[in-house]
Write a protein that binds this ligand. Sequence first.
Ligand SMILES: C[S@@+](CC[C@H](N)C(=O)[O-])C[C@H]1O[C@@H](n2cnc3c(N)ncnc32)[C@H](O)[C@@H]1O
Length: 200
Amino acid sequence: MPSQLWPYVTPGIPDEFFEHLPGIPLTQREIRLLLISQLRLEPDSVLWDIGAGTGTIPVEVGLLCPKGQIIAVERDEEVANLIKRNCDRFDVKNVEIVEGSAPECLHNIKTAPHRVCIEGGRPIQEILQAVWQYLPSSGRVIATASNLESLYAISQSFSQLQARNIEVVQSAVNRLETRGFSQTFAAVDPIFILSGEKLD
Ligand SMILES: C[S@@+](CC[C@H](N)C(=O)[O-])C[C@H]1O[C@@H](n2cnc3c(N)ncnc32)[C@H](O)[C@@H]1O
């Protein structure tokens, strides 16, 4: 049953459709689309979204893969409640919210992941190493970096974990905005998206 708020089968929900709290990060639409495409989801994939924030990824993936299962991990209680409200807003039923800090809370999750999205989870190297223990062969991890230190940390971890088929993409997105009397292109913050697979 498609959501009334987003009745389309394609992802790409406008940012302003989500409930958004001041100071709580939200992955902007075009970046979200890149992340979702890199996840290479199957209809029944189990996705762990670590550092789920406003919950835009669980909502989009929940609508895209109604037979899949999304585990949204978020350390902040107020933000975890926001994820729940955003899932309710889009009538998404296949998201379980785990409130806790990764990597410590990961052992509470009952279902192993086929795909893992790590966005903003700190400490990133420890999270990646922990996630790798739960990931089955052919499982896939994507992680984002907004600065050189995170880019290096993720890249080094992938190398230590012997991740295969590594890809790195940097976004460059501009949106037309009205500023005063002008129509101006404004840059969406660029981000690196790294992906790697576990192949035994
Ligand atoms: C960049 S935001 C994610 C935005 C999200 N993808 C969205 O679209 O709304 C990162 C989130 O990760 C959470 N976080 C950071 N470190 C964490 C950790 N170790 N365990 C769980 N959550 C964490 C923060 O509280 C924050 O809400």
